[in-house]
Write a protein that binds this ligand. Structure first.
Ligand SMILES: Cc1cc2nc3c(=O)[nH]c(=O)nc-3n(C[C@H](O)[C@H](O)[C@H](O)COP(=O)(O)OP(=O)(O)OC[C@H]3O[C@@H](n4cnc5c(N)ncnc54)[C@H](O)[C@@H]3O)c2cc1C
Length: 458
């Protein structure tokens, strides 16, 4: 294995830039979004086109280098980078092309949510992605993709029509319902295990203005709010959505000063229904108990998608744990209450994202994303700007997760996981795991792409 030889081989064929530890720009380029991750790759190949990706894969394979694929660099465990190996970095491949008559959008592998929303919003359309617009579309999509539009239009993968990929042998393929259907099945939830996706084709939906915003309640009303929410979200029309959260109100002008630093239970709403219907359907839930704040109204979908971005700049310390939940049982409510009260000051949070509605209309075996029958995808994230508080946020997250796990469905959404061991990797895929392992064996028999939630070749 020689990085120098790989770089030597790569340079004459490479249009982008290659950064090594002695190069200016390396320190900035090696950083990923999570400030807790500190990986030092031997080289970073910043690709500008598919030819660069092919050349990088071939050079790494010929020199037997460890490879990580980087899209948006948001992965909690830092799986968009590696120590010592080669990072194939797609962050300069950000082209987006909307086809308004076909209602599709073609998205290059290094795009963020913001790139896609910006392009599609101009046409009054959107495809379902995540809730923070700096997140990479590639990693988000390959793991499933949960967000404000999941209930009306499904997961991101439910709107994925095709991918272009570079495989471990350096060949270039398309995967869709018609071409390489096994690969198309696997990339819809199986993560970056099967190759480097250079382009995604998504279906679009007419979404321009949504009725959105937060309702906050004091923490002592959390049990009442959770009980009302679980009934509400199980029955609500699919075009009305909202995720449940525990958080500390950040001291920003967006929120009234008297609420700053207060721990709250919240629902963050997003409805694509007509304003009168949104108001009628959400009013009973928003009237539960005595809300501290109820700030819901029409806003451009583009604005909602980047609403939380200023609170979550890159470089924060983040520790993640997650699980799917089929129900929000009575027994789990005191656990939520206890750890919400202990939420560390700052940005730490717990979110429960609804994944019913359109998500449930796709079968467990129709894509690699198995947990279709759950009500919510839960995530607990300890967040703090100061590395000195790393232990405290990690401890809170772990203890909350351990206490809640017995009430969960058993596995977590892969995109909300850190590096947690092979058993945790198998759990999200359930009965789909063996089929994924067989497809991995067909397309990547040597496990060349292994810096991910790794599915071992059968
Ligand atoms: C602040 C924040 C908010 C988030 N909100 C949401 C949300 O609302 N909904 C949601 O579903 N998830 C959300 N996530 C989780 C997110 O989906 C994952 O972190 C995801 O891995 C990010 O993708 P990325 O491309 O930015 O990651 P990277 O770190 O670049 O890569 C992550 C993984 O994807 C693989 N990968 C990346 N690009 C490619 C490619 N082009 N081809 C093949 N494999 C590739 C990598 O190998 C790696 O294993 C959020 C994360 C953060 C930090």
């Amino acid at each position: 294995m020689s990085v120098e030889r790989a770089v030597e081989q790569l340079k004459p064929q490479f249009l982008g830039s290659i950064l090594m530890p002695s190069d200016e720009g390396y320190e900035a380029a090696r950083k990923v979004y999570n400030g807790m991750i500190d990986k030092r790759p031997a080289a970073i190949a910043r690709c500008v086109d598919v030819a660069d990706v092919i050349a990088a894969v071939r050079a790494a394979r010929d020199q037997d280098l460890l490879v990580a694929i980087r899209g948006g660099g948001h992965n909690a465990g830092g799986l968009g980078s590696c120590d010592d190996g080669l990072v194939i970095d797609l962050s300069r491949m950000r082209g987006v092309r909307v086809n308004p008559s076909a209602r599709t959008v073609q998205v290059e592998g290094g795009c963020t949510g913001r790139d896609v929303d910006h392009a599609t919003h101009a046409f009054g359309m959107a495809t379902p992605t995540g809730t923070v617009s700096s997140t990479g579309i590639a990693g988000l999509t390959l793991g499933g993709g949960i967000g404000h539009l999941s209930r009306p239009f499904g997961l991101t993968i439910d709107n994925l029509l095709a991918v272009d990929m570079v495989l471990a042998d350096g060949s270039f393929v398309t995967a869709s319902a018609e071409t390489n259907p096994d690969l198309y099945w696997a990339v819809r939830g199986g993560g970056g295990n099967f190759g480097v996706v250079t382009s995604f084709l998504f279906r679009l939906h007419p979404v321009a203005t949504v009725n959105a915003g937060p309702t906050f309640w004091p923490l002592d009303q959390a049990p009442e709010v959770i009980k009302a929410y679980r009934e509400f979200i199980a029955e609500a029309p699919e075009d009305v959505s909202g995720f449940l959260a525990f958080m500390t109100v950040p001291p920003v002008p967006l929120f009234p000063e008297n609420l700053h630093h207060q721990k709250v239970c919240a629902v963050i709403w997003c409805s694509t229904a007509a304003p009168e219907k949104s108001e009628r359907v959400t009013r009973p839930m928003r009237s539960v108990g005595k809300p501290l704040l109820d700030h819901v109204g029409p806003m451009p979908f583009l604005a909602l998608q980047s609403l939380f971005d200023p609170l979550l700049p890159p470089g924060l310390q983040m520790y993640w744990r997650a699980d799917f939940h089929k129900e929000l049982s009575d027994a789990s409510i005191p656990v939520h209450q206890k750890y919400a009260e202990r939420i560390p000051q700052g940005l730490s949070l717990m979110h429960l994202y609804p994944i019913n509605g359109a998500v449930h209309r796709v079968g467990r075996a129709d894509t690699a994303f198995t947990y279709r029958d759950c009500l919510v995808a839960g995530v607990i994230v300890g967040i703090d700007p100061d590395p000195k508080n790393k232990e405290a946020i990690t401890m809170w997250t772990k203890e909350y997760f351990d206490a809640l796990h017995p009430y969960s469905a058993g596995g977590a959404y892969v995109n909300f996981m850190m590096e947690e061991g092979q058993e945790r990797v198998r759990a999200p895929f359930g009965e789909n795991y063996n089929r994924l392992a067989a497809i991995k064996k067909k397309y990547d028999p040597t496990n060349f792409f292994r810096v991910n939630q790794n599915i071992r070749p059968a």
